[in-house]
Design a binder for this molecule. Structure first.
Ligand SMILES: Nc1ncnc2c1ncn2[C@@H]1O[C@H](COP(=O)(O)OP(=O)(O)OP(=O)(O)O)[C@@H](O)[C@H]1O
Ligand SMILES: [Mg+2]
Length: 289
């Protein structure tokens, strides 16, 4: 017997373009990302990485098309996009610092619930919240104020908030920036777990983290896709070397030197200064650091 066909659970972006007062920040970007494929989106400061996430989540207007599971994302409001299963985190962790971990998750879970089900949920920890706490490793921290969490834990809480919203597409903007080595390892393992049945895009400057966890990589430069493939393919691409090191010749240091701190202990890409807060961050509930 034929199974009813399910909508395709991949993210498809074609010709995505974002213009700010005539300045083209994202320039006809094509991107296809499948579930289970941890896709890293890298590129120098100002390449347009955050703007792509902003466009996909309804925070800035864009042209072209972006579709998930046969649903168009562009032209919709942020809450409508969230209901389609597309969620994002911000470059600076945004949680309600005066509320507990549990309350943060409950609010996120309630975003799509009726007042009646919210009332019922108050009698106990809803299953989705308990399961998210487990996944992000914060079960024992459930009663703590979110403001008292470490930077890494706040980022995990944000990911937990996407889990309880049932996000099937997660767009994570520099999740490991400012984390300790141990927190980075735990985050990599967490992303593997959540990525097992979701479509995940991770924007990162931390090349060591990218090398360790990426299934595939898209390199963005000046708003356009410069290169795409496995870590090895992208590393070997002279265009990528040129953008990161100002050289495309093989006699000069390769992208390996930038990506592999063992070759270049400076690991300059992970030391880049944080960007100016994007306009989108103003919409975050509260900046936590
Ligand atoms: N609201 C805005 N108005 C005008 N220009 C903007 C706006 N948001 C972003 N830009 C510009 O668009 C370009 C892309 O910015 P974006 O924040 O997407 O870069 P990014 O790749 O995320 O960089 P970083 O790695 O520094 O976070 C930059 O030149 C930035 O100054
Ligand atoms: Mg950015």
């Amino acid at each position: 017997m034929n199974q009813p066909s399910l909508p395709p659970d991949y993210l498809e972006i074609r010709g995505l373009t974002v213009t700010f007062d005539g300045f083209v920040a994202v320039d006809h970007v094509d991107l296809t990302v499948f579930a289970k494929d941890l896709r890293f989106l890298i590129g120098p400061n100002g390449a347009g990485k955050t703007t792509i996430i902003d466009a996909l989540t309804g925070l800035v207007p864009a042209t072209g098309y972006a579709r998930y599971a046969d649903k168009d994302l562009l032209g919709k409001k942020p809450h409508q996009i969230a209901r389609l299963g597309v969620g994002r985190t911000f470059q600076t962790a945004s949680v309600f610092t005066e509320l507990t971990v549990l309350q943060n998750l409950d609010i996120a879970a309630g975003a799509g619930r009726s007042p009646l089900s919210l009332l019922r949920a108050r009698r106990g920890v809803p299953e989705s919240v308990a399961s998210a706490l487990e996944t992000i490793g914060l079960t024992r921290e459930a009663g703590r104020l979110a403001g008292a969490l470490s930077h890494g834990q706040k980022q995990w809480l944000e990911i937990g908030m996407l889990l309880v919203q049932n996000a099937k597409v997660m767009l994570l903007d520099e999740p490991v920036a400012g984390m300790s080595a141990d927190e980075r390892d735990q985050t990599g393992a967490l992303l593997r777990r959540v990525g097992a049945d979701r479509t995940v895009i991770i924007v990162e400057h931390d090349m060591d983290f990218m090398r360790q966890w990426a299934d595939s990589v898209t390199v963005l430069h000046a708003g356009a896709v410069l290169s795409e493939g496995s870590v090895a393919q992208v590393q070997a691409d002279p265009k990528v070397q040129e953008v990161y090191l100002g050289t495309g010749t093989t006699t000069n240091p390769t992208i390996d030197a930038v990506i592999d701190p063992a070759i270049d202990p400076a690991a300059e890409l992970s030391d880049m200064p944080p960007a100016e807060p994007a306009a989108s961050e103003v919409l975050a509930p509260e900046v936590s650091r």
